[in-house]
Structure formats: structure tokens, C-alpha cells
Design a protein around this ligand. Sequence first.
Ligand code: B12
Length: 371
Amino acid sequence: MRATAEPTTAIPKQDRCADLPHRPRVLLGKMGLDGHDRGVKLIARVMRDAGIHVVYSGLWQTPRSLAIGARDEDVDCVAASMMSNSHLVLVPRLLAELKAVGRPDIAVNVGGIIPQADVQTLLDSGVARVYHTGTGMDEIVDSVRACVKPYAPLATGTTAADLARRISMAHAGTLPAGTPMRRPARVVGITGSPGAGKSTLVAAMANEAVRRGDRVAVVAFDPMSPITGGALLGDRLRVDFNAVDDKVFYRSLAIVGEDYRSLPDVIGLIGAAGFDKLIIETVGAGQNDVAIRSHVDRTAVVVVPGMGDSVQMDKAGILEIADVFIANKADHAGEAKLVRELLDISSGRRIIETIATEGKGVVDALDALLG
Ligand code: B12
């Protein structure tokens, strides 16, 4: 029997950015009441598999929340994917907000359902380029590549913008010697296996800190492909920036494995920018995600019911490094068993039960770690 060729939707994986001055960073944004998330996910994968670091901020963003994201993530461009027919209202507002947060230089590319008659209006308002439903994969990648300029200190006078650029330079290994550093009063690490709810917990803690009148910084690490150099940085979408505005400085960084080599500088820069509370979320690779311990004052290990039998608990590794255990998803079956097993190995270390999605136990977690 003759084999028939299978149609393929696979995106070719190739580092198409190794020649650029730095790894490109793009913020994928969907503003307004637009629920078409299929296209934006495709764009995210195309970009990631070409070696781009893609920050995805989720649906229903406002121009302000996107501008804050673009500034704090120090992206080379914003890719605004618009399907709700609100581009003529929201895109000029996004450009105005980028100016207001001190980054009018960040390029804005717009795509999606844009009638031809509106293209010139968008370009006249300051949009870099407008794309359409026929845009091919190479063009999507090139739309980001074209925006990459070598990093130089910003000195905009806007603390967050300058901090964000210094972090980029530290992570790229090009931070000028003698840049001021100061360690924040409290630096905590949140680790645990993927799916344990670390990002949701961090978002809930940051939200609670803001409710108390604090400002807090978050650094969230995500995995970077060792093959293409690309990464999908999706943790910030758990934070509702429409609510916390810029009282949370949130920065996503991609690393291969546990390569935290830039972290001491990143911590020092965040402290020097005036933040006293810093939460660091690890990649969360599993049993061996332990390197974070040497960088932070306290480590919380997030565990969930059903993570394995009690033998897992006795293994050396991640559970050993916990100063505090957070038993998240406390509404799931097996919670009582999990807490019992944690008690067996805790040696007096605190166990906090949380349901991060509902904010339950988050006050306790915040008090124990940052209070
Ligand atoms: C699939 C679809 C849906 C699905 C969405 C599934 C999902 N989870 O995404 C469902 C059925 C749920 C849906 C619902 C609706 N839809 Co609809 N939908 C579509 C449809 C058929 C395809 C969209 C799609 O996924 N395309 C494939 C992706 C890959 O393409 P893309 O996102 O356009 O991205 C490409 C390019 O545009 C470009 N690109 C996009 N952004 C950017 C950004 C940059 C920087 C770059 C470089 C490139 C780029 O790159 C991609 C590759 O080429 C379109 C019609 C069409 N043919 O476009 C209508 C369409 C978008 N929908 C429409 C409407 C009106 C709706 C509803 C309001 C219908 C209703 N009355 O309920 C709802 C709203 C839902 C909501 N919550 O917002 C209208 C929008 C009209 C407008 N804006 O003028 C369209 C155009 C249909 C039409 N002709 O009327 N929809």
C-alpha cells in the first residue's frame, strides 16, 4: 500500500535571531473585548520557534496595561492583534500610553482584521507597520527582527523604564560596570513543579501586597529553548494589571536550565530602583530546581495534592530547600494526605494551605514570606 503524505501544520524550529544584537523581545497584546485567541497563539508559536522571546499578556488588555507591560518587559516591539474593530480607538491610545510611561520609542505593529481604508490612519498615528490576514510566517518573524536595536542605557528619568533596560543589559551580560546596586530588604523564591500554581500564587501575593499599599517587584523565569533560543513568557498574564497598574514591577526572563547567572545583578538593580520586596518565581523544572536557594532569603516550595507517594517526599532535592511549604490547590482531593506527608518531613518548617485561584491562604503566605 502506498503511504499518503500527511498534511503538516508543524512550524519549522530554527534560531533566526542569532545574528541580532540581542535576543528579540516582543509583547503580544490583545486589547479590548476581543476573544479571538487562536490567531495570537499561532503567532506566539511562530515567533518562539524562530528564536524570539514572546511575552504574552492575555486577552482583554487595556492600552495602559499593555504599555506598562511593554515598558517593564523592555520589549523591542508590541504586536497588537486586533479583531474587534476597535483598532482606530485603542491603538492611538496605546501609543499615547507608551509615551506616558516613558517609552514612545517602542514600535507598535498591528495585525488582524484591519480594513484597507484604516491602514493609513493607523500609520499616520504612529504605528510602525500594519499586517493583515494573509501575513506569512516569515513576515511575522521579520516584523520583530526589524525592531531590534542594540541595548544602551535609557536614562528616561522614569525609574521603571530605566530599571527594565538595566535588567535587559544585565541578562545580556552588557551592564556597564559600576551600575548602582542594592539588595532589597526581602527577597523570596517561589519554586515547585510546573502546574503547581506558582504564577497564580505569585500574582495573588502581589495583588494582596498592593491592596496593603505596598509596591512589589516580581521576576519570573521561564524556560528558553536550547535549540532555537526562543521562549514563551506567559506568567504575567496571571496578574491583573488593569487592577494593580504599575504598583507591581513584573519582569519575565528566559533561561536554559537553572542558569541564574544574571540574577545577582537583577536583584541588585531592583533594590537600587527602590523596591524592598522582591518575589522570584523559578522555572520550576522539578526535583532539582534548587539553585534559587543561594540567591534568596527565603524559599517557598509549592506542592499540590497527587504529586506522588511518600517516597517522593523523602528524596533529596526541592523539598529539602524549603523554608516554607505551600500546599496549593487545597480544595483538590488528597490535600489532607499531602499535608500529613509534609508534616512528616517538615521538621518544624511551616506548611501553609492555599487555593491561589480564590485568594485563600494568600494573606498567610504573604505574611510568612514578605511580612
Ligand atoms: C475562528 C473565528 C472565530 C472563533 C474564534 C476562535 C478563537 N478561539 O480564536 C469564534 C467562532 C469563537 C469566533 C467568534 C466571534 N467572531 Co470570529 N472569526 C473567526 C475567523 C473565521 C478566523 C479567525 C482566525 O482564527 N484566523 C486564523 C488566525 C491564524 O489568523 P489571524 O488571527 O488573523 O492572524 C493572522 C494575521 O492576521 C496576522 N496577524 C494578526 N495579528 C498580527 C499582529 C502582528 C504584529 C503581525 C505581524 C501579524 C498579525 O498573522 C496571522 C497569520 O497570517 C474570522 C474570519 C477570518 N477569516 O479572519 C472571524 C472574525 C474575526 N470574527 C468576527 C466576529 C464578528 C466574531 C464574533 C463577534 C461573532 C459574534 N457575533 O458572536 C465573535 C466574537 C468572539 C469574541 N469573544 O471576541 C469577525 C470580525 C469582524 C471585524 N473585526 O470587522 C470576523 C472577521 C468574521 C467576519 N468576517 O465577520 N470567531
